[in-house]
Design a protein around this ligand. Sequence first.
Ligand code: NAP
Ligand code: ZN
Length: 349
Amino acid sequence: MTLARGYAALAAKEQLVPFSFERRAPRADDVAIDIKFCGVCHSDIHQARDEWGGATFPMVPGHEIAGVVTAVGAGVTRFKVGDHVGVGCFVDSCTTCGTRHVDLEQYMPGLVQTYNSVEADGVTPTFGGYSDHIVVKEGYVLSIPDNLPLDKAAPLLCAGITLYSPLNHWKAGPGKKVAIIGLGGLGHMGVKIAHAMGAEVTVLSQSLSKQEDGLRFGAASYYATSEKETFKKLAGQFDLIINTVGAAIDWNDYIRLLKIDGAMTLVGVPDAATPPVNAFNLIGARRTLAGSMIGSIKETQEMLDFCGKHNITADIELIDIKAINEAFERVVKSDVRYRFVIDMKSVAA
Ligand code: NAP
Ligand code: ZN
């Protein structure tokens, strides 16, 4: 056992505070990782504040982990001390039901999340990346390409894969018009990745205040959803829309922007009930309303290699861990360009 230092929420809606806890000694199939950086995902806030229900405390959030291998178990073959690695939203999964073979393990009930979960033994709580080190089974550790700086690569472990997976599934690429709703942590990764895949990308943001950035990330056009005119002008235009908004917007407005056979995929989790979907908006053009959650380990590695090849990382604001509560408040106000990343050196300071 080793003592880990981090920050935790001790109860829902309380400020995060310094917190020490034990990590297991590496087993034969484990990799021990010195956490250098951890991204701050909006899901960390939803869970630390128990907005989705079922949260367990103390909770050490953090599932956008980037670090360096410090030790490996005797049976580990894919990693060695010094390697740049990442850990995303889960650290174990059901191994008996066969989903590992189809690489959809993120959708199975046996999933063990990186935090706010219990290990396969059913009792040991998992603690996430707002901490100085972590011990993870080899099969759930990702390789971060050497050309990507670890601080800017950390958000790929959740924001990156959450957008890569639906873009990949719905075949974003040359000749496809893709819209991304919300230019936040997830959204800005979506613009960069969809652009690199060759799609024509449009940002649908609440205002034009981040337009310059959106175009720099690779968007061909940028519209304010506060303008009624936007919805008239863009009707029937898109093959794929990815909705990253964590608030209850009216999906009908956006479904009508899809072409015949177009699809809108939800990745954002609304914090309140959304207005009912009018069936005619789907039926009238054989449209699909879909959802998507992170990605498998195989697809996450594929995404990291894709980002390495195209030199894609997040635009970040690096913070001291002591600023985490202020960072949470700023994320809630959509006041972040475009992901907070904790510099884990600060946990010891
Ligand atoms: P974020 O950085 O806060 O970005 C969300 C963006 O949504 C904001 O930047 C803002 O963009 C827009 N927005 C916020 N409030 C809005 C409102 N009331 N109406 C319209 N637009 C609004 O959050 P994130 O980390 O990207 O996460 C987004 C959501 O995805 C969260 O619900 C999170 O829990 C969820 N999530 C899902 C998965 C998955 O696997 N499906 C994975 C990670 C996160 P503009 O300023 O451009 O309008
Ligand atoms: Zn996340």
